[in-house]
Design a binder for this molecule. Structure first.
Ligand code: SAH
Ligand code: F3S
Length: 464
């Protein structure tokens, strides 16, 4: 009798929310996949853990693009193993391209992994976690999407918008995936093996997600794919990328629309001309060239020559004379001679990119270039990378110095958490700007007079 009295007066505590800690490596595609996984976990009442040590679920979203990226994942898994030994209830999930490419080898090497998830299967994360929780056994989903028929638009898909409390991110600038995979098979690149063949997302789904993100506070969207210019070619209605851009750009409330990655091979004059007619596209494009040497481009199977790359830049500069460009460059691709490397240096001088992502060639399993006999010595790669970086730093610094005194429209993305009152944003040329303000600026566009700049970015003052 007494016992039952006690039990009646005791309130049953709500189950404690589960805590997730996520670490993301690699490209913007991975950043977008992480946001999607967090949106799925938010629907399961997960909250963001302050660190891996206090998380119930540690999720590594991994990158396989270069050998170094893979090694970082393995060493992180070593640290997590020690944490898990102290906290046996912790779940370790590995997603992304290392999960896809290494699969069972990774599971064998790292027994601490509970869940393995390929980039084509991220929507299965909640199911795998449930399976693992119920059975205590490992759960995995890797492999590629099947191609045909066209995917049916899923307008009710998991909430596209992960709450900022979970992503720890700022909602002003968001990614929208428009396409998975790549069909290009550049000879150095592992992406077609880790993310599979190109698969376009139905335009209706992209528009619905974009509208939801804008309604949730996004002012800038970036449409993501490995080769966005070929968007739609695999769908039966063959919608063009230009038509998709026009419809997303028309969304009320959207300030800026960006897209990446544009493979120069599929970049059309029609797309270049959009920069003249669609102000929301801004004055910036990322157009990876990889090398300034025709013989290198041929061996890389990039399907463009230096001349056809420069022709695309002419189209863009005709549409928008002051358009800012950035690029990706690889040094030390197999067989690269001093003369071929000098061609890359010359192209960088000639185009004057605003900035560049520069890499030493890294041999990847399954890719043709990894089997080429004439691999370049590590020391030579290092020297070339250092030379190229010095050159690009000089150009970026010069471009930034030329901005001093000019007034530019800046969309502010966030306030510094370390230095409140300092706001970071980007000009329409995609240059990073810092402004100090007594009033909140996040999410707003203001005219800013640039007062100084270095190789990283610009500092300025509000003029309005
Ligand atoms: N889809 C993009 C590239 C995606 S990978 C495009 O069309 O170009 C991002 C960048 O990583 C590439 O542009 C390339 O510069 C670099 N990269 C890819 N594989 C590499 C490798 N094996 N070694 C060094 N850099 C590599
Ligand atoms: Fe890689 Fe070339 Fe595609 S760089 S992602 S195979 S366009």
């Amino acid at each position: 009798m007494i016992e039952s009295d006690i039990s009646l007066s005791t309130t049953i505590p709500a189950p404690a929310a589960k805590m997730v800690h996520i670490e993301t490596w690699g490209c913007q595609m991975n950043a977008a996949d992480s946001e999607r996984m967090l949106a799925l976990l938010a629907a399961q009442s997960y909250q963001l853990a302050p660190n891996a040590e206090s998380a119930d679920l540690v999720l590594l979203n991994t990158c396989h693009i270069r050998e170094k990226a893979k090694h970082k994942v393995l060493s992180r898994l070593g640290v997590l193993k020690e944490i898990k030994e102290r906290r046996p209830g912790m779940t370790i999930a590995v997603a992304g391209c290392v999960a896809q490419a290494e699969g069972s080898r990774l599971l064998k090497a790292a027994p601490q992994i509970d869940v393995l998830l390929g980039p084509g299967k991220i929507d299965e994360l909640p199911r795998l976690l449930r399976e693992h929780d119920a059975s205590g056994k490992r759960a995995q989903a890797i492999g590629f999407h099947r191609h045909a028929p066209d995917p049916t638009p899923n307008l009710e898909a998991a909430p596209a918008v992960a709450p900022p409390t979970l992503t720890g991110k700022h909602e002003v600038s968001r990614y929208v995936n428009i396409q998975q995979g790549c069909n290009n098979y550049c000879t150095f690149c592992v992406v077609p093996f880790t993310r599979g063949r190109e698969l376009s997302r139905p335009a209706a789904e992209i528009l619905a997600e974009s509208a939801a993100l804008v309604a949730a506070g996004a002012r800038e969207l970036t449409l993501l794919g490995q080769n966005v210019n070929s968007y739609g070619s695999d769908l039966t209605t063959k919608p063009s990328f230009a038509s998709l851009l026009r419809s997303v750009a028309a969304l009320p409330g959207l300030e800026r629309l960006r897209f990446t990655t544009s493979n120069p091979h599929d970049f059309t004059e029609e797309l270049a001309e959009l920069f003249a007619t669609q102000p929301r596209l801004g004055r910036y494009l990322h157009l990876p060239v990889q090398s300034g040497s025709d013989s290198m481009l041929l061996r890389m199977q990039r399907k463009v020559t230096v001349a056809s790359y420069l022709e695309r830049i002419d189209w863009l500069r005709r549409a928008l004379p002051d358009i800012a460009l950035s690029t990706d460059l690889i040094v030390g691709f197999p067989g690269e001679t001093d003369a071929e490397f000098a061609d890359t240096m010359r192209l960088v001088e000639q185009v004057r990119f605003g900035f560049a992502f520069m890499f030493k060639y890294s041999p990847r399993k399954n890719t043709p270039a990894a089997r080429y006999a004439n691999q370049v010595e590590e020391k030579v790669k290092e020297d070339r990378l250092a030379q190229l970086m010095r050159l690009q730093d000089r150009i970026t610094t010069e471009i930034h110095a030329a901005e001093i005194g000019l007034v530019r429209p800046v969309l502010f993305h966030y306030e510094s958490s370390k230095n409140p009152g300092q706001y970071y944003g980007r000009t329409d040329h995609f240059r990073l700007v810092r402004v100090t303000s007594a009033y909140p600026l996040t999410g707003q566009v203001h005219q800013v007079r640039i007062s100084s700049g270095n190789k990283v970015g610009l500092i300025g003052d509000l003029v309005d």
